[in-house]
Write a protein that binds this ligand. Structure first.
Ligand SMILES: Cc1cc2nc3c(=O)[nH]c(=O)nc-3n(C[C@H](O)[C@H](O)[C@H](O)COP(=O)(O)OP(=O)(O)OC[C@H]3O[C@@H](n4cnc5c(N)ncnc54)[C@H](O)[C@@H]3O)c2cc1C
Length: 417
């Protein structure tokens, strides 16, 4: 790994977002880029992700963007020489209620308009694709054969390899402790290893992005909200090519991890951290909440056969950063020239990493699209808000991730899982 050095562009954070941004900027012709990472590359939230990538949405724009991400992940090995372990196993959206089926019908219409292949499966077809499903419990199932999942560590390795081949340097164990300005623009960044000159800082510090923004006196409502899933012991019949399951009525998702079950979900009562209590050195450790995990287990066992008595092998968890409106926070901060946000991933920063990186790139151009402008941090800098209310709204964005109609509101187009 490189040492911190003077650079034109300094990206703070070496998770999925920082590494994707580095790769996309370098691919677009930007030069003299470095990534400064406090710990190890992909050492924090990104390493914990389930890696789900889904395309079925309620709006054509979102569907097309998600299709674009899938096409990109499919080509990443060719582009960088490293496979993101993208597995195009398909996905099943399982409905247990007529209201959810109505939502799936609307999603299928959008998919058809966009040229995304989806299909409602009858019981026989469903059992063929996923033999352990308790078909009698199910109201309808929407099948998307081109969805899938990837391995977050492999994805980050691919971004890093691609970025390195274009000259980007990566310094690890290089926590940023301060950012200096001349009152108007960014001039340097201090790390525990020394101070370097830079004219552009991109803040991709994940759950610490609010802390890094405060280093230039900018307050942003980025709230770490707990998210977790378990991986079971091996289960007969489970294998890595089984489709991803989303069961929004039970607030859960699942996929095979090898021959085990990976199952997580969106709690009805989210747990978050007060952003004001964090500093650059805060360690965000999460104790597994076995009550929550056992609810996920009971939910999946009610719909899938053979899961009643499974043991838990491991728990993955972290604090992805949520924004009060459930949307990415991307683009320059107008008051500080050279300070750009790449944060607020709302727990879809792995599947959304390529899209978010493209938005960052576009936000730095003279005329970004209205959509990219709508993600600007200015929406929180030009209005008044208070931390307690922002925290409540961010938790609500988490709690309503699978709520009926949620994909039509807020959120970042095409970039949910
Ligand atoms: C259990 C779980 C399951 C998930 N499943 C999915 C999924 O299926 N699909 C999906 O898309 N997303 C998923 N997510 C969300 C996803 O993990 C995040 O959205 C994504 O990892 C955010 O990436 P990031 O780069 O912004 O953050 P991080 O990976 O946390 O990276 C930020 C980096 O910044 C560094 N940093 C912070 N402060 C400083 C500093 N001062 N100086 C230098 N470096 C600093 C940190 O060390 C860290 O490495 C899941 C999250 C969890 C917890």
């Amino acid at each position: 790994m490189a040492e911190p050095r003077d650079a034109s562009i300094t990206i703070i954070g070496g998770g999925a977002i920082g590494c994707a941004v580095a790769y996309f900027l370098a691919r677009a012709g930007h030069r003299d880029i470095q990534v400064l990472e406090a710990t190890e590359l992909c050492g924090q939230t990104s390493s914990q992700a389930a890696g789900l990538v889904g395309q079925v949405r309620l709006s054509p724009e979102r569907t097309r963007l998600a299709m674009h991400s899938v096409a990109f992940f499919s080509s990443l090995e060719e582009l960088t020489g490293i496979s993101p372990d993208w597995r195009q196993c398909g996905s099943l959206r399982i409905s247990l209620t007529p209201e959810r089926t109505a939502e799936h019908l609307a999603m299928a219409d959008v998919a058809n308009d966009c040229g995304l292949e989806v299909q409602f499966l009858d019981s026989a077809a469903l059992q063929e694709v996923f033999p352990a499903v308790k078909a009698a419990q199910i109201h309808s199932t929407l099948w998307c054969p081109t969805d899938g999942y990837l391995q977050p560590n492999s994805l980050v390795n691919a971004y890093v390899a691609g970025a390195r081949s274009l000259g980007v340097t990566f310094a690890t164990n290089a926590r940023v402790t301060a950012i200096s300005t001349n009152g108007r623009r960014v001039t340097s960044v201090s790390t525990k290893l020394g101070t370097i000159s830079t004219s552009t800082v991109i803040n991709a510090a994940g759950p610490w992005a609010g802390v890094v923004a405060e280093m230039v006196g900018v307050k942003l409502p980025l709230v770490p909200v707990r998210h977790e899933y378990f991986i079971s012991e091996q289960i007969p019949g489970w294998h890595r090519d089984l489709p991803v399951l989303r069961i929004p009525d039970l607030r859960i998702y699942a996929r095979a991890e090898g021959s085990a079950v990976l199952c997580g979900g969106w709690e009805a009562n989210a747990a978050s951290l007060d952003p004001r209590a964090l500093n650059a050195a805060s360690v965000l450790s999460v104790e597994p909440d076995f009550e929550v995990l056992s609810n996920f287990h009971e939910s999946i066992a009610s719909v899938i056969d053979g899961l009643d008595d499974i043991g838990v092998q491991s728990v993955f968890r972290g604090y992805p950063a949520f924004s009060p409106d459930g949307r990415f926070v991307v683009g320059p901060v107008q008051a500080i020239e050279g300070f750009v946000m790449a944060a607020g991933c709302n727990a879809h920063g792995v599947s959304g990493s390529a899209g978010l990186a493209e938005h960052v790139l576009e936000s730095m151009e003279p005329s970004p699209s209205p959509y990219v402008r709508s993600l600007s941090p200015q929406r929180f800098l030009e209005t008044s808000w208070e931390y307690p209310q922002a925290r409540q709204l961010a938790q609500s964005a988490y709690e309503n991730y699978y709520a009926l109609g949620a994909s039509a509101q807020g959120g970042s187009p095409g970039e949910k899982r």
